[in-house]
Design a protein around this ligand. Structure first.
Ligand code: HPA
Length: 273
């Protein structure tokens, strides 16, 4: 089956389970699963029940598509995402984004936990992603291009929508939430970086580093979906002291920042047209 047909099959299945077409998609990052509580839930479909969907394997990542309303606005939310380091192909990692498009999503909000490579950042900071550097070893659009999904050579000049960034800044200011902004570097993991790698990532222009987001954003842009993305800084890689980073600490820091993230996302959902 072609990827196009596969998307249609999966979207067709999902349509039988939902009553409306969401225009906003949300992907929850590590430790941010609690954000699912901000939805007035109308339907929840486990990934294991969705034909064509891979199954999430990592502790701390849920595994369901959730449909419902945030502040009265219809959204669909991925509770748990697929990471390249789990062994999924890039096509699998990004498949849900293509299904979102087929279901009518025009704006995607992506969150993640990431490591700070900007020494000015602190654990718990929110960082609006204004651009990225793609260091994944494989490109999600490599291979024959199906023009029905998007153009062969997509522009990445405004991968992260400037209007949405401005909207986020204003909402954060109005709610008294401090936000940083910066460049996210995506690489495959699953190791956290060495001290030399954190320094290098900063040198090449990165403010934060993580193991997700970039493939999904690229595929969303290919599909013509507007993107807003935001990181919780869960550890600071740049340090003169030896540091140890654990998945537990990452989850804990992300969890602690979840209420700020939820307030910002809810505020944006109300304003996104
Ligand atoms: N590096 C990569 N991915 C991450 C990190 C990190 O320091 N923290 C959370 N996700």
């Amino acid at each position: 089956m072609s990827i196009f047909d596969k998307i249609q099959t999966t979207a067709g299945f999902i349509r039988t389970k939902i009553k409306y077409q969401p225009h906003i998609g949300i992907i929850l990052g590590s430790g941010l699963g609690g954000l699912v509580d901000m939805i007035a839930k109308e339907a929840e479909i486990l990934y294991t029940e969705i034909p064509g969907f891979p199954v999430s394997t990592v502790k701390g990542h849920g595994g369901a598509l959730v449909f419902g309303k945030i502040e009265g606005v219809d959204v669909m939310l991925m509770s748990g995402r697929f990471h390249y380091y789990e062994g999924y192909s890039m096509e699998e990692v990004t498949f849900p984004v293509r299904v979102m498009k087929a279901l009518g999503v025009h704006t995607l909000m992506v969150s993640n936990a990431s490591g700070g490579t900007n020494p000015g950042f602190a654990i718990g900071d929110l960082m609006i992603i204004k651009d990225h550097i793609n260091l994944f070893p494989e490109h999600p659009l490599r291979g024959p291009n199906d023009e029905r999904l998007g153009t062969r050579f997509p522009d990445m000049g405004q991968a992260y929508d400037h209007e949405l960034i401005e909207m986020a800044r204003q909402i954060a200011a109005a709610k008294g939430i401090t936000v940083r902004s910066g460049i996210y570097i995506g690489l495959q993991g699953p190791t956290f970086e060495t001290p030399a790698e954190y320094r290098w990532l900063h040198t090449i222009g990165g403010d934060a580093v993580g193991m997700s987001t970039v493939p999904e954003v690229i595929v969303a842009r290919h599909a013509g979906i507007r993107v807003f993305a935001i990181s919780v800084i869960t550890d600071i890689g740049i340090s003169d002291e030896p540091i140890t980073i654990t998945h537990e600490e990452v989850l804990e820091a992300a969890n602690a920042a979840a209420p700020k993230m939820a307030a910002l996302v809810a505020g944006m959902v109300m304003e996104i047209k």
